[in-house]
Write a protein that binds this ligand. Structure first.
Ligand SMILES: [Zn+2]
Length: 114
């Protein structure tokens, strides 16, 4: 089975276009009970997304967590310090870049883009 317009693949493709040299994190679907009530979590090399989310919400959470991993990559950190700056301007810039390219790409002819 092949999904021809997989939104998660579109997010991956646009992120790779933006930061082609970034090591790609492993992405796991995780039961909500393992995420402590959160919708997603990240490490430098892995992202966890709750299986309790709708597909649309899971795409946004994937972009959210990817912005964290990109921010770690750009700052050469193993993980971001969780403080008031964790969703600061640098993270927001990464999120906006991925989200804008995703919004453009998902409107393109799927077969042309993939
Ligand atoms: Zn976050």
């Amino acid at each position: 089975m092949i999904f021809c317009n997989d939104m998660f693949e579109v997010v991956a493709k646009v992120t790779k276009e933006l930061w082609p040299d970034m090591p790609w994190p492993y992405i796991f679907w995780a039961d909500a009970r393992y995420l402590g009530g959160m919708y997603g979590q990240f490490r430098k090399s892995s992202i966890y997304i709750s299986t309790s989310l709708s597909i649309k919400s899971a795409v946004i959470i994937l972009i959210h967590e990817l912005a964290h991993t990109v921010n770690c990559y750009l700052k050469d950190l193993d993980t971001e310090v969780i403080d008031s700056e964790v969703h600061g301007s640098e993270w927001q810039d990464c999120f906006d870049k991925i989200n804008e390219k995703y919004e453009e790409a998902k409107c393109m002819n799927d077969l042309e883009y993939l």
